[in-house]
Design a protein around this ligand. Sequence first.
Ligand SMILES: C[S@@+](CC[C@H](N)C(=O)[O-])C[C@H]1O[C@@H](n2cnc3c(N)ncnc32)[C@H](O)[C@@H]1O
Length: 199
Amino acid sequence: MEHYFTNNNNLKSNLRSIEYKVQNTSFVFYTDNGVFSKSSVDYGTDLLIQSYLENGKKTGKVLDVGCGYGVIGIVINKINKQKVDQIDVNKRAIHLTEMNNKTNKTKSKTFISDIYENVVDKYDVIITNPPIRAGKKVYMRILTEAERHLTQNGELWFVVRKDQGAKTIEKELQKKYKIDLIKRQRGYHIYKVDFALTN
Ligand SMILES: C[S@@+](CC[C@H](N)C(=O)[O-])C[C@H]1O[C@@H](n2cnc3c(N)ncnc32)[C@H](O)[C@@H]1O
């Protein structure tokens, strides 16, 4: 079975564009077969973006992990003018993110990375709609190893659905870190983790 996170160069391309509007700003995103949520921006992604724009840092450098076709980082760069890097394990996702930065007149450093393996900088914010389907080992590494790539007062923002184990993930992170449930809507939970503060 083909998952959106696999690197399959043989997967037939079907480039299309979708529209997305947030805070009165319109975006166009090119999407394709083999990337997450290709027909419209995912509900959880949209909720994460809106929650971050309302409650997150307005300055500082942001890392968009598992960027897909780039929506989260591109919106943050456009609206908050924050400097953004975007990573994904999937080559097609990286290619689309580069196209989408050009299309939306935004800028990011975009590169392939399996989890954080090619990440060298430190960030004030790491934000992700993590790849639950890639398995617990992968998504828990994305969440917990964020600590090593954040500045001292850096924050991790993420979205996860209740039926994908939101409560279990919350409890696991709570053992060590301060985690806040920022918003809960239609089964989607938005969390912020402050690694500098322990429970
Ligand atoms: C749920 S999707 C989110 C995509 C995009 N951020 C969005 O919200 O539309 C998760 C993304 O994580 C990527 N991913 C999966 N495994 C990964 C890994 N080991 N390292 C980095 N990214 C990974 C997938 O390719 C996918 O684009």
